[in-house]
Design a protein around this ligand. Structure first.
Ligand code: BG6
Length: 478
């Protein structure tokens, strides 16, 4: 056993197809959810329109046009020393509507070329099958994941890409941040996870979310089973958003509220790694009459389709306090969280807490006993081009340095098994939550603004050279 960053550690960067590819209609691509999301801003939600409306601005349509720039961008990733590159396959490039039998060859060819380009540099692709980009047709015709038929459509999509890329891709994840939807009062989270487009106060949203989540979990387990048959060397993972929940005080009720909040947000990992719903969720469903449609066959599939590793995003922790009008300690989402006076926040109000990453790694290792991969972490910030023409993003370096240090300590001192680290938005891209370009995460700056103006020229930030050094030293030179 070694308690240091392994030699074959997967250092890299992470993106998602819809946030950078652009070319939303190229090669026969269909309309995805991301294509009908307008631009929002800090505190202003993105609108989801039924179809593309000609007079509205949809920032993902062009994004940073990675579709036509991927060769030059991968060259830059290779220059930083990336060992892996996490992206997603846009479902609508392969199945423009989502319910077809025959895949779209032009879409498949794009990813042939992209993965070949990765391998040219010895970069291992790490692929998410569904990252907030469900075909819009599946939303409009079937109501998204509330319909059991989506399981077959998804598994068909997964089977086609597993077969096509069985030699080019080894690391897969099924659904990005599948647990975001536990906050079913946020329209964006329900839509991006499950294609449920509902009003914020729709009384059915809780029940629909648990049903949709169940179908996704079955689809994920079936995909894992199929993937294993297609290539037994595949590493098939799940992907959760992890923000540990701290009690606001040492008052027992606050501590218990934090525990219940952890249970309510992370049970998806129980299903995906341990193969069954935890008893606290079964009790909750029973008491509340939720998740009506679950079969014995579903339960068998869940047991058989557990994942090889647990991928997760970590940006921040959250803090919760018990409420006197909530005797059962229910927890829906961060809107019930309280400010943590010990932590500074980003310009978008996200608490900055590197120790929270070490906490998360320990907690996940204790509960799930699977190798862990940190597949997103980063600081969304505004970057300015300085008088010398450079971007001195020391704030981003400080954030990443502290988080990598926390990961290292978890590996070295706590014995946690971590197989990779891919900071989010390694090249500037469209923010998922706000649709902004000005919320930048990248090591590489892209000249494009929130209204879609700019030359799309790429430029290395100070953090580019810093991360290059981190990778070269295998995390020793921070
Ligand atoms: C994660 C998503 O929730 O956070 C990404 O997987 C997203 O798609 C990232 O971009 C950062 O969030 P945001 O809203 O700042 O883009």
């Amino acid at each position: 056993m070694t308690f240091s960053i392994p030699k074959d550690f997967l250092w890299g960067g992470a993106v998602a197809a819809h946030q950078l590819e652009g070319a939303w209609q190229a090669g026969g691509k269909g309309v995805s959810l991301a294509d009908v999301m307008t631009a929002g801003a800090n505190g202003i939600p993105r609108q989801i329109t039924a179809e593309v409306e000609p007079d509205k601005f949809y920032p993902n349509h062009e994004a940073i046009d990675f579709y036509h720039h991927y060769k030059a961008d991968l060259k830059l990733f290779a220059e930083m020393g990336f060992k892996c590159f996490r992206t997603s396959i846009a479902w609508t490039r392969i199945f423009p509507l989502g319910d077809e039998q025959e895949p779209n060859e032009a879409g498949l060819r794009f990813y042939d070329d992209l993965f070949a380009e990765c391998h040219k540099y010895g970069i291992e692709p790490v692929i998410t099958l569904s990252h907030f980009e469900i075909p819009n047709h599946l939303i409009r015709k079937y109501g998204g994941w509330r319909d059991r038929r989506l399981i077959d459509f998804f598994v068909h999509f997964a089977t086609v890409v597993f077969k096509r890329y069985r030699k080019q891709v080894k690391y897969w994840m099924t659904f990005n941040e599948i647990n975001n939807q536990t906050n079913y009062k946020e329209q964006f989270l329900l839509a991006t996870d499950s294609g449920l487009v509902l009003d914020a106060d729709d009384p059915q949203s809780e029940a629909l979310m648990y049903q949709a989540a169940h179908y996704e979990l079955v689809a994920s387990a079936l995909a894992v089973k199929v993937g294993r048959q297609i290539n037994p060397d595949f590493k098939l993972g799940c992907m959760l958003n992890v923000s540990p929940l701290y009690p606001a005080t040492c008052k027992p009720a606050d501590a218990f509220q934090a525990l219940k909040a952890m249970q309510r947000r992370y049970w998806f990992a129980d299903v995906q790694t341990l193969g069954k719903y935890p008893r606290h969720m079964e009790a909750f469903f029973k008491a509340n009459g939720l998740r009506a449609d679950i079969t014995l066959e579903d339960r068998i599939v869940l047991e058989e389709g557990t994942v090889d590793y647990l991928g997760f995003s970590y940006y921040n922790s959250l803090t919760v306090a018990a409420q006197s009008d909530n005797p059962e300690y229910h927890f829906v989402g961060p809107e019930a969280a309280v400010a943590n006076s010990y932590l500074a926040t980003s310009d978008w109000g996200w608490p900055i807490d590197p120790l929270g990453l070490r906490y998360s790694l320990n907690w996940l290792a204790d509960h799930y006993h699977k190798p862990l991969m940190i597949v997103e972490n980063g600081l969304g910030a505004r970057d300015e081009i300085a008088a010398d023409g450079q971007i001195h993003d020391d704030y981003r370096i400080a954030y990443l340095r502290a988080h990598i240090q926390a990961m290292k300590t978890a590996i070295e001192k706590d014995g946690v098994e971590v197989i990779g680290y891919t900071p989010w938005g390694c090249i500037d891209l469209v923010s998922a939550g706000t649709g902004q370009m000005s919320k930048r995460y990248g090591f590489i700056y892209v000249d494009r603004d929130d209204q879609g103006n700019g030359s799309l020229a790429r430029m290395k930030k100070d953090s580019f050279y810093w991360y290059q050094k981190v990778i070269k030293s295998n995390g020793q030179d921070l």
